[in-house]
Design a protein around this ligand. Structure first.
Ligand SMILES: [Zn+2]
Length: 191
């Protein structure tokens, strides 16, 4: 996997302040056809147009690339919820648009990469992999996100606490499979 880092990693000026505490990760489905590299220009345009308040996350992932847009230690605008933005790291899973350019099988390859990135982040912050540290966007905000995963893994069933736990547990098991294989120096790529 190729890791690309934005200018925020080379400059003092950031969009936001440090998170008071990092409690875990939120896995998002972007509902777009953009790949991770497409987000470099996409986010630049958002900055140029002063539209960052429309949202952004730390990491944008597809099966080949992770674009690290803003340090994981800093507050993000990824959940529309103050507590989540100040305590959780956002991972945008790219090309997740339903009936978009990727088949379910192809999207699941991007998902797998997102599980690896989630595992690296949790390891880096010395956090375990469980329902406290692995969250869905819809747990914090009235949104379909992660809509593609909900469609693939839960067949678009009703959103309720039990089904949310089912998808969380699916993510948790996938992340755990990577987590156990990660060595200390693997986390050096985390942005
Ligand atoms: Zn989301």
């Amino acid at each position: 996997m190729e890791h690309i880092y934005s200018e925020f990693y080379n400059q003092k000026t950031k969009i936001t302040e440090l998170k008071p505490d990092v409690l875990g990760v939120v896995l998002h489905d972007d509902a777009e056809n953009n790949n991770a590299k497409d987000y470099i220009a996409w986010l630049q345009q958002r900055m140029d147009n002063n539209e960052l308040d429309k949202g952004w996350a730390c990491a944008y992932v597809d099966k080949q690339t992770c674009y690290w847009f803003h340090p994981s230690s800093d507050v993000e605008w990824h959940c529309g919820d103050a507590f989540a933005n100040t305590h959780y790291i956002g991972i945008e899973r790219c090309q997740s648009k339903i009936n978009g350019i990727l088949s379910d099988k192809e999207f699941m390859e991007n998902e797998e990469a997102s599980f690896w990135i989630a595992a690296l982040l949790l390891k880096k912050y010395q956090l375990p992999v469980n329902r406290e540290t692995v969250k869905l966007h819809k747990m914090f905000f009235d949104t379909q996100c992660p809509a593609r995963a909900w469609s693939i893994h839960l067949d678009n069933t009703t959103t309720n606490a039990e089904n949310i736990k089912t998808l969380q547990d699916y993510f948790i098991n996938k992340i755990k499979a990577h987590y156990t294989n990660i060595q200390e120096n693997d986390t050096a790529v985390v942005g």
